[in-house]
Ligand binder design. Sequence first.
Ligand code: NAD
Length: 337
Amino acid sequence: MFRAGALDDLAPETARLGSRAFVISTPGQKALGEHCAGLLGSSAIAVYDKAVMHTPASAVRAAVEHATRLDADCLIAIGGGSTIGLAKAIAFERRLPILAVATTYSGSEVTPIWGYTENGIKHVARDAHTQPRTVIYDPLLTFKLPPNVSATSGVNAIAHCVEALYSETANPLVSQMAEEGIRALGHSLPIVVKEPENVDARTEALYGAWLGGCVLAAVGMALHHKLAHVIGGAFNTPHAETHTVILPHATAYNAVAQDAMSRISRALGGGNAAQALFDLNGSIGAPRSLKELGMPESGIDQAVSLATKNPYYNPAPVTAEGIRRLLRNAWEGRRPE
Ligand code: NAD
């Protein structure tokens, strides 16, 4: 469901999935969770407001136990990637269907990708059962999404699009969607951060996020996502902000992927792709250095070793020396050359 006011569809769409709905939110979005429970009436058996960033394994165990005790038969995730991530982890364990009401631009609501974090390592896997059956996109619900979260979760969706363009499994249809996603987000995010209640910009940003999620679901990712997971898992830096800082540098690293670079450049109005992404971050007030996200300088070596441990596809060869240079630039917040 995609329209202003689409939350009106919540009750009939939930009824297709079950009659004992376990409603999930973050603590900050509890009021919205309760509003949704109100719309569901007696079909809502709980509002569980304990979703947190990076989906710690301990939080998953507690949520699974709670949903099992209440005999939930479907999961309603209202929020961003953290909330949807917790719902997916429960769905994986309990084989329950998810309805997601997406209120950020993470794109998680349309992917079968789920994960959790344990002992500083982020584990990510695919399982078709964790892909939400129904997604509600209601731009009105994003009016209160703070500018910094709008900006960084939007760049997280751009990152899905960028890596889809040079994916090992890229295809022409996905590349069209990815380029359009970068264009839609590149155009709407600067407006969204200045005018949070501009319904046209909010709608275009959600559309770009949907495209970002679709391409993430469709093709494999590469170096950028690996680095974001390694750094988020090891230093508990915020997910979307970490993506935002690294993206221009990972793009510069992969400049050898010329068709992808041309498409990114075209989508952002011209110029060097990596620099256009860096400048977009500046125009939306997003963070630019890993230093300001709290990653210690001494963590660069640890991140290099984690990022080069298991070989994975990337258009440019992944070398310790190259990754160290990339991370040093990202840590300091330099404009890519
Ligand atoms: P988030 O879900 O952590 O939300 C960020 C903050 O915004 C939270 O405090 C939340 O309460 C608040 N918020 C959410 N919606 C709001 C609204 N409409 N109004 C006001 N406040 C609101 O952030 P995120 O960037 O959406 O998600 C990050 C997580 O998503 C990470 O754990 C990441 O791994 C995961 N993720 C998963 C996938 C996937 O396909 N599996 C894709 C992207 C991200």
